[in-house]
Design a protein around this ligand. Structure first.
Ligand SMILES: [Zn+2]
Ligand SMILES: [Zn+2]
Length: 254
C-alpha cells in the first residue's frame, strides 16, 4: 500500500536489487516474511541493503515458534563463517516475529495469512489481502494431493486442497512453485516442488485471476522459460498464466 512498509517475501538472490531500490523510496520500514530456511530463500539476507541502513526499521517473520527462533535460525547463516558478519553486526534495528498457519497477522492495512505447504522440513505460503486486492505467494511446495487423488487425479479437492482454495478464493495474483514438468515431478516427488498443470488446476478452482509460474529450475535456461511462456500464453480456462521473472511488475488493475 502506498506510504506503508513494503512487504517482502523471502530474501533470495533478488534481495540485492530489491534492497537497493527500497533505499530510494520514502518509506523507512520494511516487513519480510520468510517461507522456510532453505538457503535459496536466504542467500540475499546479508546483501539486502536495508539491513545496513540504521535509519531503516525491519521486521522479519518466519514460521518458527517465536521471534527469537526466527533470529536464531537466520543466525546460523550469518555466523561469521558463511559470511563475515554476525547478526549483532547488522546496523539496522531488526524485530523478529513468528507466523503460524490460520493465525492472520496485520501488516499495515493488509492482512497476511500463512498457509502450510508440502515441502521437506516444511514451508509456509502467504496470502495477502488489502485494499480490495488479494495476492498469494506459494513456494516451495509439491501438489497438495498425491497422484491419483484430489485435483491431481482429476477428482474433487482433498481437505487440504479445499482449505487452500478457500484462502486463495478470487485472488488477483498467485505466484506458485512450478519448478518441474509433470514428468520430472513424478520422478522427484520427495523434493517438494510442483508443476504448472497442477498449479493451474488449484488456482482455477479458486477462481484466481492471474497465476505466475515461479521457482524455476536452475536447469531451465532462457529458451526453456520462453517455451513455457508460449505454452501458457493462452491462459487456462479464462485464467491468465504468466512466467515470473526477476524485476517484473504485475499491475493488479489490469
Ligand atoms: Zn525449499
Ligand atoms: Zn526453494
Amino acid at each position: 500500500m502506498p506510504g506503508e512498509a513494503p512487504l517482502v517475501f523471502d530474501l533470495g538472490t533478488g534481495a540485492r536489487q530489491l534492497g537497493r531500490a527500497l533505499l530510494t523510496r520514502p518509506e523507512r520500514e520494511v516487513q519480510v516474511f520468510i517461507s522456510h530456511f532453505h538457503i535459496d530463500h536466504l542467500f540475499g539476507f546479508p546483501f539486502f541493503s536495508p539491513v545496513f541502513a540504521p535509519s531503516f526499521k525491519l521486521r522479519i517473520s518466519s514460521p518458527s515458534f517465536s521471534g527469537d527462533a526466527t533470529r536464531d535460525r537466520l543466525g546460523r547463516y550469518l555466523n561469521g563463517i558463511l559470511h563475515p558478519l554476525r547478526m549483532p553486526d547488522l546496523p539496522a534495528p531488526i524485530e523478529y516475529g513468528s507466523v503460524r498457519p490460520a493465525r492472520p497477522v496485520e501488516a499495515g492495512s493488509a492482512t497476511v495469512t500463512a498457509v502450510g505447504l508440502n515441502h521437506p522440513g516444511g514451508s509456509c505460503g502467504y496470502v495477502v489481502s488489502g485494499g480490495g486486492k488479494k495476492v498469494a505467494y506459494l513456494t516451495d511446495t509439491s501438489p497438495l494431493s498425491r497422484p491419483g487423488e484430489g485435483l491431481s487425479g482429476g477428482l474433487a479437492p482433498t481437505a487440504r486442497e479445499a482449505e487452500a482454495i478457500r484462502l486463495l478464493q478470487g485472488a488477483d495474483l498467485v505466484a506458485m512453485d512450478t519448478m518441474f514438468s509433470e514428468v520430472e515431478y513424478l520422478e522427484k516427488m520427495s523434493w517438494g516442488h510442483g508443476y504448472p498443470e497442477y498449479a493451474a488446476l488449484l488456482c482455477r478452482a479458486a477462481e484466481v485471476k492471474t497465476l505466475a509460474l515461479f521457482h524455476h529450475s536452475p536447469d531451465s535456461h532462457d529458451d526453456a522459460l520462453d517455451g513455457l511462456a508460449e505454452r501458457w500464453a493462452g491462459g487456462f480456462d479464462g485464467m491468465r498464466v504468466i512466467v515470473a521473472k526477476e524485476g517484473a511488475d504485475v499491475d493488479l488493475e489490469g
